[in-house]
Design a protein around this ligand. Structure first.
Ligand code: BG6
Length: 282
């Protein structure tokens, strides 16, 4: 598929395969759409700005070389989501974007690198994203990272995240660590948690859509669950008080488990596969 102009004139890649389609902006390697059977499964804020270097609010931006403030940069979630990537390969149902260190990135983080983001559609409409980091410098480097996935939900009160019971998590609003005793994570108010050493499979259920979304991660040690609730959403200009009920972030991350240490010339890859299904009516 060709690269076509998206919102704000920013270039995007459009993928399709059978019943599924996806769109990926070169800005931030941000996946902004994943549809199965015509149903949109990602949330992008109606107030998102398509004005670089601002990151696009929603979809799946790439966080690198740090997740949140877990690293030396002043910029929350690093710079990869604020930077235009290049298309390295493209097919009808898959593509690979790259981002290489530049004067601008070296000014913020003194490590030469090459990033690759591979996105592909698979049987049943499943979507896979793989992030590869190559240390192209001569010194070792350390980084944290995430695929910051905003899933669309019918209403946040219908959403529950399954698979995290019994895990330790850091509450990012307070910095305190707890063990999750609940069967599922729900969203009665602001939830901002990093689950440490989360399992490969995590589910997001939506009782309003009678659906389940399965994330299967590999290589990312942690999982972040986030919804800002009304007050914080209202303070975010590109989200606003009206839209926070429409999404839940369940993110594959390399965060509180510790940074990845990559020797000169080495590469690290981590991936997530997303599958979507409607549940049988009960
Ligand atoms: C989440 C973090 O991953 O991203 C939250 O856990 C943060 O603490 C959220 O508020 C959004 O971050 P940003 O920089 O896109 O506003």
């Amino acid at each position: 598929m060709p690269v076509v102009p998206g919102k704000g004139g920013l270039p995007k890649v459009v993928l399709s395969s059978g019943e599924a389609s996806a769109e990926l902006y070169l800005h931030g390697a941000t996946l902004t759409s994943w549809k199965v059977g015509g149903e949109e499964l990602l949330f992008v804020s109606p107030k998102a700005l398509y004005a670089p270097p601002k990151a696009i609010r929603g979809g799946v931006p790439a966080c690198f070389p740090q997740f949140a403030m877990l690293g030396p940069l002043q910029a929350q979630h690093g710079f990869a989501r604020n930077t235009e990537w290049q298309v390295a390969e493209e097919g009808a149902a898959s593509c690979r974007l790259v981002l290489e260190s530049s004067e601008a990135t070296l000014a913020q983080w003194p490590h030469p690198f090459r990033l690759e983001m591979a996105v592909s559609l698979h049987a049943g409409g499943a979507l896979q994203q793989e992030l590869t980091v190559v240390n192209t410098g001569e010194q070792a480097m350390e980084f944290t990272a995430a695929l910051h996935t905003y899933f669309s939900v019918s209403d946040v009160s219908n959403a529950s995240v399954v698979g995290l019971k019994g895990l330790q998590y850091v509450d990012n609003t307070s910095g305190s660590t707890s063990t999750d005793a609940a069967d599922v994570v729900t969203f009665p108010g602001e939830v901002d948690r990093t689950y440490i050493a989360a399992p490969a499979a995590i589910k997001l259920r939506d009782s309003g859509r009678n659906s389940v979304l399965l994330l299967h991660k590999r290589g990312f040690a942690d999982a972040v669950v986030w919804n800002p609730a009304e007050a914080k959403a209202a303070s975010m200009g590109d989200l606003g008080a009206e839209h926070w009920r429409g999404f839940v972030c369940v993110e594959a991350a390399q965060a509180r488990s510790g940074a990845v240490a990559l020797a000169a010339g080495q590469r690290w890859s981590a991936s997530v596969e997303y599958e979507y299904d409607h549940l049988e009516e009960s």
